[in-house]
Write a protein that binds this ligand. Structure first.
Ligand code: UDP
Length: 477
């Protein structure tokens, strides 16, 4: 490994999506808080969007300036993905991610080489997102300790890690709409093929060569990582994590978005401008508002939006709905049905982006209609908010299984059928009122206690993080 060259210095590179940036920024702050020097590398377009977006707290061009003022040795730089800033990466996912897979590695290589040649902070280790296709290659070439951050549950990691086993058993690819039992993945309790990550399904396979290629490359690389960090909690996924630990050193350190004693809440990370919902929420009774969001990446059809829109209205429940610009797969920017917002009046707030953690923490929130991105799922549970689950793709169907089937903290919106406004209304109504809602909240509060305890001084994640720092330091020196 790298010889001892003073204060250990890391380069950290996040995947340029909101669900990856959020934990990555917090991890960078936490690593810096342990006395390491950190250079955080954002994609250039991410930096551009971060500095343009207006946040509830403030707009910051340098997201780490306050952290530096409070004594952390952390700085911020950018790397180009080869596309012009104005290129619409969201609408052209395949082209964008294809280039990130195939051409970005050479850019990272050059970036690391130049940093090593010119930087007074000599480089010791690399912290990269597991889904990248290059970390092991770069770490080996430049003799860096290789730390990989997995931002999804350990269950999803294990499925992707054991792809060969799934293939041998005829479940990769697995057929759409056929439910078969998967009961042979080490550390994973019996589950249905319908809960596998979406790229394992046949229809997904036909459409998403880039996603599959990405998964293959990432899981070839991650086997060579020196340390693997998971944004989960040991008590929630103990069996899965203990099997993974047999292969390489794994540390469950989550929930990363809630790390304590960091300048976390003042560091703005949203790529979109945040609407402040506090005043509106404070005018509503406790537990009465449904929060609705499908995250930063999901695209949907006009028909789906319409069914949800009128389902919300028919339910007569107060709601905040995040309708991201560009959420329609058609690319159409005119998202809501004509006249809908006039019909909603004070019943709901429709906003382009929220400060989600702040919204979920508000006592007025009684439920979360979510796509089950892992960050959203964990944020909801951290706040003890039960969920109505409506997964779309990637890890979301698997996360749904954890929430509904294993932890009993929510319900399904529709079981694989197309969404219908009447069903939406009925589900929301019964979920937000009565005995069922109480039961789900109780279960969500049990998970909340586990998550909060994990980040206490004697909690599992805090201890795992300290162990990681100890092991990392030994490896560097
Ligand atoms: N988020 C937010 N405001 C919104 C919607 C989402 O701040 O209006 C944040 C949310 O808190 C979470 C991230 O964006 O940390 C989304 O990540 P997730 O894994 O839930 O879903 P993805 O966007 O990756 O599909």
């Amino acid at each position: 490994m790298a010889e001892n060259r003073g204060k250990p210095h890391a380069i950290m590179i996040s995947v340029p999506y909101q669900g990856h940036i959020n934990p990555f920024v917090n991890l960078a702050l936490k690593i810096a808080s342990k006395g390491f020097s950190v250079t955080f590398v954002h994609f250039e377009f991410v930096h551009h969007r971060l500095s343009k977006a207006h946040h509830c707290n403030k707009t910051q061009v340098d997201i780490f300036s306050e952290a530096r003022e409070s004594g952390l040795d952390i700085r911020y730089t950018t790397i180009s993905d080869g596309f012009p800033l104005e290129f619409n990466r969201d609408a052209n996912y395949d082209e964008f991610w294809g280039k990130v897979l195939r051409e970005f590695p050479a850019r990272v290589d050059e970036f690391v080489r130049k940093t090593i040649e010119s930087d007074p902070y000599l480089l010791h280790f690399l912290v990269a997102d597991t889904v990248f296709s290059w970390p092991a290659t770069v770490a080996e070439k430049y003799n860096l300790v290789n730390v990989s951050l997995w931002t999804e549950p350990a269950l999803v990691f294990s499925l992707a890690y054991h792809l060969d086993l799934l293939r041998e058993n005829g479940h990769f690819p697995c057929k759409d709409n056929i439910h078969e039992e998967v009961n042979y993945v080490p550390g994973v309790k019996s589950m249905s093929t319908r809960d596998l990550i979406s790229v394992m399904r046949e229809s997904e396979q036909r459409n998403s060569y880039t996603m599959l290629e990405s998964l293959f490359l990432a899981f070839e690389q991650v086997r060579k990582a020196d340390f693997l960090l998971h944004n989960t909690v040991h008590e929630l996924e103990a069996e899965t994590l203990s099997i993974l630990n047999k292969y390489q050193p794994n540390y469950a350190i989550g929930p990363i978005n809630f790390f304590k004693n960091l300048p976390t809440y003042t560091v703005s990370k949203s790529l979109w401008s945040e609407s402040d919902c506090t005043e509106w929420l404070e005018s509503k009774p406790p537990g009465s508002v449904l929060y609705v969001s499908f995250g930063s990446f999901v695209h949907t059809s006009r028909q789906e939006i319409e069914e949800i829109a009128y389902g919300l209205l028919l339910s007569e429940v107060h709601f905040i709905w995040v309708v991201r610009e560009g959420i329609l797969s058609s690319g159409d920017t005119n998202t809501m049905p004509d006249g809908y917002e006039d019909e909603v009046k004070d019943k709901g707030l429709i906003i382009p982006w929220s400060n989600q953690i702040r919204v979920l923490s508000n006592p007025a929130i009684g439920g979360f209609l979510t796509h089950n991105g892992w960050n959203s799922t964990i944020e909801s549970l951290w706040c003890g908010v039960p969920m109505i689950c409506y997964p779309f793709l990637f890890d979301q169907p698997t996360n749904r299984k954890l929430v509904v089937d294993d932890w009993k903290c929510g319900i399904n919106l529709c079981d694989g059928t197309s969404v219908d406004r009447k069903e939406v209304a009925e589900k929301i109504k019964s979920f937000m009122s009565g005995a069922a809602s109480k039961r789900f909240r109780q279960e969500a509060n049990k998970v909340k206690t586990i998550l909060h305890h994990a980040l206490e001084v004697d909690g599992s994640s805090e201890k795992n993080f300290d162990q990681f720092i100890k092991d990392l330091t030994e490896k560097i020196h």
